[in-house]
Every structure is written in C-alpha cells, then in structure tokens.
Design a protein around this ligand. Structure first.
Ligand SMILES: [Fe+2]
Ligand SMILES: [Fe+2]
Ligand SMILES: [Fe+2]
Ligand SMILES: [Fe+2]
Length: 431
C-alpha cells in the first residue's frame, strides 16, 4: 500500500537516542541469514553513511545556528543507526564473502531500479553500471574459491548468477567520460531522484568497503584485484552523482536524503522475512519520518518551498530485493559491447575512435596486466576451468559474450587468450 510520508507521524527526536546495548546488537548467523536480508543490511548501512556524510558537508557550508543544530541532532541519530546496521554483520563473515554480498547488492539493486526507472536515459546509465558490477561478482568468485575454498552460492543462495559481464579490464575510463547528463530538478520524477540517490549511496559504500579492506589480504593477486575494483566503484560514484541536478539547494538535498531514507526503510520493512530485522526497519522508518518532517520545516523556512514540490507525496520502494536473472541476461546480450563517450553519450565498441580517451587510461593502469584477468587465469590453472554459476543456456554463451565484450585493446594477460578456450564449469540452475 502506498504511503504518504508527510501524513504519517514519526517518532519524536528525543526518543531516537538509544543506549549502547540497543546500539550494538548481536549479529546475524551467516549460515542462516536470508541472502536478501544480508543485502538489505549492506544497502541501509550505505544509506546511513551517505546521510551522515551529507549532513557534515551541509553543516560546513552554513552559518545558521538553527540549521546547524537540527543537522547535529539528526546526524547523531544517523550515526547510531549506521553502527547498529553495519554491526549486524557477523565477525566470521570474511571480507571476500562480504564482497560477494556487496556485488549481489549492486546487481539486484541496480537491476530493480533500472526496471522501475521512469527516465529512459537514467535507465540506460543504470544498465551500463549493472554489467560492470555483474562482472565484479564473477572475478571475486574466482578468488573466493581459490583462497577460501568456498562456493559463492553459500552467500548468493542461487538468487544471482555468477557469469562474466563487461570485462573489468575495460571498466577503467578517462575520468571525464564517466560524467553523465543530469536531470532537471523541477521536472524529474521523484522516483528517479530516489533511485539515483539510493544507488549512489550503495556504490559509495562499496568503494569505501573495498578500499578499507582489500589490504587485509596477503595475496598480491587479491590485493591488486581490490585495488582495481575499488577504483571502478569510485567511477560508479562519479557516474551516478553526475545524474543529479547540481542546482538543487542544500535544503532540497536534505529533504531528498530523508525521503530516500524513508523510502528504503519502507521497502525493507515491507519485504523483510526476518521478524527481528522487520522490527528494526519499522523503528528506523519511524525515525526517518520525523527527520523528513524537520528537513521539510527547514526547507519551508529558508527556501520558501514545500517539500511535496521536491519529492511528491508517495514513498517509492527503491530498496526492493528480488531475483533479476532474466533481466540481467537480457541487458548482457544486448549491451555488453557498449562504452562511454563524452557529454553523456554511449557508443558500441566497433564504432569507437582510435583515439578514444579511455584507451590511453587503460594503457597505463593495465600495463602490467589486469588483476581481474589474472584471477581467472589462476582459477583455470588450479581447477582447469573458470567458475560460473548460471543456467546451462547462459553458460553455453560464455565464449560468445567474451568475444563480443572485449574492446580493441586487450590487457596483456587476458584470460583465456582466445574465446574458444573458454570451458566454463557451471552448476546447472533453472533459467
Ligand atoms: Fe538515518
Ligand atoms: Fe562492483
Ligand atoms: Fe559498482
Ligand atoms: Fe535521517
């Protein structure tokens, strides 16, 4: 049922501060947690971190004591929420296992947002990013098998395929090419605003996680893989934030942030299968409704606008996790050979100019080979085959996808060198 967040009563701010025991809850059991409960926890941690970052930036850019006070009060709550959510992750879940889950978030979140996105250009950008995170999952899965001897389905639970996407060695672009066209703030559908800020928060969280944890492995190949993929996540942050209208005022942005927190907690609350988690999502939704009311009051007072003008009166449900295998395969078959061009445009590989700016960038970063290719090579040497988890129909198209997806300049260690050598080891799944 649709919810109007401006008609609902939230939890008063003075009731939102919790004690240490209430903040640091016991973690879930990784053997029992539902895969999409884990992805909701990862997403909401990213949403809370973005809320916290944003409020610090705003506070550093205003001299109004009243605004600074409202930011400080609600920001303390965002901090407590973030710690509670992130610390639900159990200490025995390894960094690689968590990375598999982060890419599952990226894939199934981006696919859901693309499917529900009303703006065709925004959808095209989402589809483009989708195939990159889809490939990251494949690369991390090779190392989860090699280093920890685990199957990615222990984390994914068969809900997300493990299969090569647009090759990670080709995700490294001239920084300017990642800049896309932004929406117009007074014309954009609130669903687009919510979708973009949600995905941006998730990608930022992923970039932070990889660059904060990749060094904790001793394997040089895995360290380089984290260095490589964390930089792609930085490209994704650049890409998605460039979709937002930079003319939005600080107050408009504040309203958008609280609205997005409400929308995602609402989606989590309505889809959660774990009763303990459901209670947390409901409580935090109550917190955010009050934050939204406060941000709306500040907008009315200082910008002389109503919050409904900015975000409408219906909560969308961006943070909805469900299977998207058919959608992802469709985007893969149709757009794996797409690349970024200046001014927010796209082009197919065959039509790229020889002086395409990203060739120059890739020549530098891939000069000693791409770690994302090396990990596939290592898995093939070790087990004879690369690790794939997909339906038989999809797995049979591995070589074809590989042929169509690599651009004119390949990393020197591209594995395998010839598409005909691809012999994926797959576990048959229902299509
Ligand atoms: Fe929050
Ligand atoms: Fe990724
Ligand atoms: Fe990403
Ligand atoms: Fe909030």
């Amino acid at each position: 049922m649709a919810m109007n967040p401006f008609k609902e009563r939230g939890i008063p701010l003075e009731k939102q501060i919790r004690n240490w025991k209430q903040i640091a809850l016991l973690p879930y059991r990784k053997q029992q947690v539902d895969a999409y409960t884990r992805t909701r926890i990862i997403l909401m941690n990213g949403i809370e971190n973005e809320g916290w970052f944003f409020k610090h930036s705003f506070a550093r850019n205003t001299d109004h004591k009243e605004i600074q006070a409202r930011l400080a009060e609600t920001r303390r709550v965002e901090h407590q929420q973030q710690v509670t959510i992130n610390w639900l992750n159990p200490p025995d879940q390894t960094i690689l296992e968590t990375s598999i889950a982060y890419e599952q978030v990226a894939i199934d979140l981006t696919a859901y947002l693309a499917r529900t996105e009303p703006d065709p250009y925004v959808k095209e950008v989402f589809d483009f990013g989708l195939l990159e995170d889809f490939d990251h999952l494949f690369r991390f899965a090779q190392m989860l098998d090699l280093i920890e001897g685990k199957d990615p389905d222990e984390i994914l639970q068969g809900k997300t395929d493990v299969f090569p996407g647009r090759p990670t060695q080709d995700h490294h672009n001239d920084p300017i090419l990642r800049l896309r066209k932004h929406y117009e703030k007074n014309q954009a559908n609130p669903i687009s605003k919510a979708n973009i800020l949600t995905l941006l928060s998730a990608e930022q969280q992923t970039a932070l996680f990889y660059k904060s944890h990749g060094f904790q492995y001793g394997s040089p190949d895995l360290r380089e893989l984290y260095a490589e993929i964390s930089e792609v996540e930085e490209e994704h942050v650049t890409q998605y934030e460039s979709l937002m209208d930079p003319k939005e005022t600080w107050h408009e942005k504040w309203v958008c942030h609280e609205f997005v927190e409400c929308a995602n907690y609402y989606a989590c609350y309505t889809t959660e299968v774990d009763p303990k988690l459901k209670q947390i999502w409901e409580m935090f939704l109550g917190y955010e409704l009050e934050h939204l009311r406060i941000a709306g009051e500040m907008l009315k007072k200082y910008d002389k606008r109503d919050p409904e003008e900015i975000v409408g009166t219906t909560l969308p449900t961006p943070g909805t996790f469900e299977e998207n295998k058919a959608y992802v395969a469709d985007v893969l078959f149709n757009t794996v050979n797409k690349r970024l061009m200046p001014d927010g445009a796209f082009e197919r590989i065959d039509a790229l100019p020889s002086n395409w700016p990203s060739y120059a960038y890739q020549r530098i970063v891939n000069a000693s080979g791409a770690p994302s290719e090396e990990v596939v090579r290592l898995r093939m040497e070790s087990a004879g085959q690369e690790l794939v988890r997909a339906s038989e129909a999809l797995a049979k198209r591995t070589a074809e996808i590989r042929l169509r997806s690599l651009d004119a300049e390949k990393a020197p260690n591209t594995a395998p060198e010839r598409a005909e050598e691809v012999k994926p080891q797959y576990v048959a799944r229902a299509a």
